[in-house]
Design a protein around this ligand. Structure first.
Ligand SMILES: NC(=O)c1ccc[n+]([C@@H]2O[C@H](COP(=O)([O-])OP(=O)(O)OC[C@H]3O[C@@H](n4cnc5c(N)ncnc54)[C@H](OP(=O)(O)O)[C@@H]3O)[C@@H](O)[C@H]2O)c1
Length: 278
C-alpha cells in the first residue's frame, strides 16, 4: 500500500481549461473524483495553482496552454492523451469585457473554445462529457440576424473578427462578449450529434453573476451599470458562489446527467427569468 501520496491512478481524467476563480473551484470539485489536468495561459500562475490543488490532496498537474493557438492546443491534446482516456472537459476560460478588445474577446471566447472542442472530440469516447461555460450575457440580447449567426457558427474559418465586422456594426468588447457567449451555446447544440456518435455529451452552463475576481472586476469596468441593473432584479437577490457554479459543472459532467446533451443550463439566480420573461 502506498501512503501519503496525491496520485490517484484509478481516477479518470478531467481537463479544466482556465485557472481563474471559477476554473480553480471547478478543478477542486472535479478533483474529488478525477485526476485533474488544469490548462491555463499563465505559466507563472500555474505553478501556484498546481501546488494549491495538490495541498488539497488532489491529483493535479497544471500546464501552460494558449487556447487561441492551434499548436498549443495540439500539445495539450497530446499531453492529456498520454495520461489516459478523457472523461471530463470543463472549459471555463474566457476574457471578460474589461480585460480585452473586441478582437481579443472573439479569439479567446469563441475561436479558443472551438479549437478546444475540436481537440477534445478526438479524445472523447463512451461516457465522456464536455461542459463549456457560457454566460447569461448570451441569453439577454435578441438573437442576431441570420448573416451574423452564420459567421458565428463557423468560428474556425480564417479571420472571425473581420468576417463579423462585415455584418455587425458594434465592435465593442461588451458586444464581443455577448456574441461569443451566444455562439458558444449554439456550438454545444450543433456539436451534440458529433459527440453523441462517440457516446459522449456536450453541454453549456450559463452563470449569472458569480462572486469571482473576474466578477468583481466587471463591477468596476464598462459593464458596471448593465450588471448592477440586472442584479437589482435578481429573484435570489445575491451573487452566486464559485462552489455553486462548480457544483453545476460537476453535475452536468457526471453520469447523473447522462441524458443531458446539446443544451444549456442557466445557473443565474433567476436573472434571465426575471429580465426576459417569455
Ligand atoms: N464571474 C462571473 O460573474 C461570470 C458570469 C458569467 C459568466 N462567467 C464566465 O465564467 C468563466 C470563468 O470566469 P472567472 O470569473 O473564473 O474568470 P477569470 O478569473 O478571469 O478566469 C478566466 C481564465 O481564463 C484564462 N484565459 C484567458 N485567456 C486564455 C487563453 N488564451 N488561453 C488559456 N487560458 C486563458 C485566464 O488564464 P491565466 O490566468 O492563466 O492567464 C484566466 O485564469 C468565464 O467563461 C466567464 O465568461 C463568469
Amino acid at each position: 500500500m502506498r501512503t501519503g501520496t496525491n496520485e490517484r491512478p484509478g481516477h479518470p481524467i478531467a481537463l479544466v481549461i482556465g485557472g481563474g476563480g471559477m476554473g480553480m473551484s471547478t478543478a477542486r470539485r472535479l478533483g474529488q473524483s478525477h485526476r485533474v489536468v488544469l490548462a491555463s495561459q499563465s505559466a507563472a500562475a500555474n505553478v501556484a495553482r498546481e501546488a494549491s490543488l495538490r495541498e488539497d490532496g488532489i491529483d493535479a498537474v497544471a500546464v501552460e496552454c494558449d487556447i487561441t493557438d492551434r499548436a498549443s492546443v495540439a500539445e495539450l491534446q497530446a499531453f492529456v492523451a498520454a495520461r489516459g482516456p478523457l472523461r471530463t472537459l470543463a472549459h471555463v476560460a474566457a476574457l471578460s469585457p474589461s480585460v480585452g478588445t473586441w478582437r481579443e474577446l472573439l479569439e479567446v471566447n469563441l475561436v479558443g473554445a472551438a479549437l478546444m472542442e475540436e481537440a477534445c472530440l478526438e479524445l472523447a469516447g463512451q461516457g465522456t462529457a464536455a461542459v463549456f461555460v457560457s454566460s447569461t450575457a448570451g441569453h439577454l440580447a435578441d438573437a442576431p440576424a441570420a448573416d451574423v449567426v452564420a459567421v458565428l457558427d463557423d468560428p474556425l474559418a480564417p479571420d472571425l473578427a473581420g468576417r463579423l465586422e462585415a455584418v455587425w456594426d458594434e465592435h465593442t468588447s461588451i458586444s464581443a462578449y455577448r456574441l461569443s457567449k451566444y455562439a458558444l451555446m449554439r456550438m454545444c447544440r450543433m456539436r451534440a450529434g458529433a459527440w453523441g456518435a462517440k457516446g459522449a455529451r456536450i453541454v453549456s452552463m450559463s452563470p449569472g453573476p458569480i462572486a469571482t475576481p473576474m466578477g468583481a472586476r466587471e463591477l468596476e469596468g464598462p459593464s458596471r451599470d448593465i450588471k448592477l441593473g440586472l442584479m437589482a432584479q435578481l429573484p435570489l437577490a445575491r451573487e452566486g458562489t464559485m462552489v455553486e457554479s462548480a457544483d453545476a459543472i460537476e453535475f452536468l459532467s457526471s453520469d447523473r446527467a447522462s441524458y443531458i446533451t446539446g443544451t444549456d443550463l442557466l445557473v443565474d439566480g433567476g436573472m434571465v427569468a426575471a429580465t426576459r420573461p417569455r
